[in-house]
Design a protein. Structure first.
Lengths: 250, 397
């Protein structure tokens, strides 16, 4: 397996230490990795191994205690909070385990939200939001509130929201963690689709069947990057049965 | 979605809490609005009363409270001298006394007697009969309440006795004729009032003739009260002349400062209550959706934006509550005003709560301060929110 020539995000010797009353907790130890443009990477490992922390550092929501994170070649550690906010808004899409849709907004309004923040005109963002909801197979539920949607549907809306500003990198933190197996497979199918359409995808998961869909799997333990596995290896370690690519997306 | 619309949707999502906030601000705002009306209401009302009688300068023999003032001697001559000044249109000596009607019963009713030493009357308004005839020294005009009490009408003779000392009066009664029934601007709701000329009051209390409590002066419109005051001070340096503006100024610094202090204290309490209430509601709301806010920050919302959302929520709560507070406060002020005006001795035309446009502006300014002050802590909370830690905590919980 070879790394892509042009990385969209890269970490060099990144460590993250959380100061705690009982003593510092090292969440990341000297992690070096990169994700190429359009690449699909899974980060796997046991709970508490630093997967989410690495994702947060790569996604500019957390800063490394030491080391360097570069997004499109730019050292994000040197940026101010508002500059990092702008980068997250324009270049990165986040998908969370708990969806975090705003309950008082409809599905389409949730998808419009990042575009509105980016200053996209109303008509343009409404069209784009409709298109994205169609993309994730929820065009017919555009006006439904999150409370009227199932878990899988909420996660699809969250994926559409993550795509709203045409990011080049999607970061997903346990996106199937709160879904049943079949729904999780459908969501994983959506990530396959995003990847196929040219977006770089980084998925943190403890589900081997989800990880096996990636081009590369980064295994972590105790804050350290252990191995980078090829997809064939991932197939071998996959314990769950891979289902059909989920319905709803075209 | 704009911050204002976003804040509105956030508020409507928690209807119960939002209603609580609006009602709390409406109640506190109504009280605060009333305090603003009260803080200057009495001054405005007294000013209107002073202006309503058509005299804009008062001339006294000494400074101080009415009870401790020295009587103005030779007031008729002094009034004539003042009236001859080019800045002065009219000068009327004025005296206040007390009498009782001679009628059956243990406790004869007390009558406030206003006497003027001039034919120029700008103080009372005749509602029945006629005004005091020129040169007549035994006619009086009475208010409607006294006419009813005495069961008398214009043309009837009545007997009155002067109350010129603290003890029971031993002065002989005098007979006076009712020329007319009048309304008086300064009388209280239950007051029995009579107006007459100096000669009648002189006979009632056997006071030296020509003595007055004050001279009421009307300035010429082209000169104005300030010029009239200056002219009077030059012409009669032994007298004390005050324009209505100066009287009000003195009231403001001395007489009515209690109302202002009470109003200020209560307004501070209500503003503090409003700030605490909205701060608590917003802080609870923010703490309940920390994960959501962290997610918004993660998808690219800036600190300024999430803090702005909280500020808009505060502004909306306070603005709606503040708008409700105005009619509520007006209704409450009318009720409180009626209670205070029913106190004995309060002139019927005097109001304690008076609406002025500046009260509305002050109300808006104070509420704006409440909105901003209340939002400060929850804004600080969301602005300082550690995104990654909060997302991790949400996941663990």
């Amino acid at each position: 397996m070879t790394a892509p020539a042009k990385p969209i995000v890269e970490a060099r010797g990144v460590s993250r230490v959380f100061p705690m009353p009982a003593g510092p907790v090292v969440a990341l130890r000297d992690v070096t990795m990169e994700v190429g443009e359009g690449e699909y990477v899974a980060i796997a490992g046991p709970s508490g191994c630093g997967k989410s922390t690495l994702l947060h550092v790569l996604g500019c929501v957390d800063t490394a205690t030491s080391g360097e994170v570069r997004l499109e070649g730019r050292d994000v550690g040197l940026l101010s909070d508002s500059e990092r906010s702008r980068i997250r808004l324009a270049k990165i899409g986040f998908v969370f385990q708990r969806f975090f849709l705003l309950p008082m907004l409809s599905a389409i309004e949730n998808v419009e939200l990042p575009q509105a923040e980016a200053g996209v005109p109303r008509a343009v963002r409404r069209n784009r939001a409709r298109m994205l909801l169609d993309y994730v197979g929820l065009g017919h539920r555009a006006d439904h509130r999150p409370s009227q949607l199932s878990g899988g549907e909420m996660q699809r809306v969250a994926i559409a929201r993550a795509m709203a500003n045409r990011p080049r990198l999607i970061l997903a933190d346990e996106p199937t963690g709160e879904l049943d197996e079949a729904t999780g497979e459908a969501i994983a199918g959506l990530f396959d689709l995003l990847h196929k359409d040219g977006t770089a995808v980084v998925v943190v998961t403890h589900d081997p069947s989800i990880a096996a869909r990636a081009q590369r799997i980064l295994r972590m333990r105790d804050g350290t990057l252990m191995t980078q596995m090829a997809p064939q290896m991932a197939q071998m370690t996959q314990t769950g049965k891979r289902g059909n690519e989920g319905g709803g997306h075209e | 979605m704009r911050a204002l619309a976003f804040a509105w949707r956030s508020l409507t999502r928690r209807r119960g809490r939002t209603m609580l906030g609006i009602l709390g601000i409406a109640a506190a705002g109504a009280l605060m609005f009333d305090m603003l009306l009260l803080s200057r209401g009495l001054l405005v009302s007294v000013r209107e009363m002073l202006d309503s009688v058509g005299f804009d300068v008062r001339v006294l023999a000494s400074e101080g409270l009415p009870q401790s003032r020295v009587p103005l001697e030779h007031a008729l001559d002094a009034a004539l001298a003042l009236a001859s000044l080019p800045e002065v249109a009219a000068a009327v000596p004025f005296r206040i006394g007390e009498a009782e009607a001679v009628m059956g019963g243990d406790r004869p009713p007390s009558i406030a007697v206003f006497a003027i030493g001039s034919t120029t009357n700008r103080i009372w308004a005749i509602v029945d009969g006629r005004d005091l005839p020129e040169g007549d020294e035994q006619s009086v005009v009475v208010n409607e309440r006294l006419a009813e009490r005495l069961q008398a009408a214009p043309g009837d003779d009545i007997e009155i006795r002067g109350r010129c000392s603290a003890g029971p009066s031993i002065l002989p009664p005098i007979t006076v004729r009712i020329a007319g029934v009048a309304s008086f601007p300064f009388e209280s709701g239950a007051q029995l009032t009579m107006a007459t000329r100096f000669a009648v009051l002189d006979r009632l209390c056997e006071r030296p003739p020509g003595e007055a409590d004050l001279i009421m002066v009307a300035s010429r419109p082209e000169s104005g009260p300030d010029a009239a005051v200056d002219a009077i001070r030059k012409a009669r340096p032994d007298l004390y002349a005050f324009s209505n503006d100066e009287v009000i100024e003195r009231f403001e610094t001395v007489g009515f400062s209690y109302f202002r202090q009470i109003s200020a204290a209560l307004a501070i309490v209500t503003v503090s209550f409003g700030v605490v209430l909205i701060t608590v509601l917003l802080t609870v709301g923010v703490n309940q959706r920390l994960g959501e806010i962290a997610a918004l920050r993660a998808i690219g919302f800036s600190r300024r934006r999430v803090a702005g959302d909280v500020l808009w929520e505060s502004v909306l709560l306070v603005a709606i509550g503040g708008a409700v507070a105005i009619p509520l406060g007006l209704a409450l002020s009318m009720w409180l005003d009626a209670i205070l005006r029913s106190l004995p001795g309060v002139p019927a035309t005097l109001h304690f709560f008076v609406f002025e446009p500046r009260a509305l502006w002050l109300h808006a300014a104070l509420l704006a301060a409440v909105a901003v002050g209340a939002a400060l802590y929850p804004m600080w909370l969301v602005a300082r929110l550690p995104i990654a830690t909060t997302l991790r905590r949400e996941f663990v919980s």
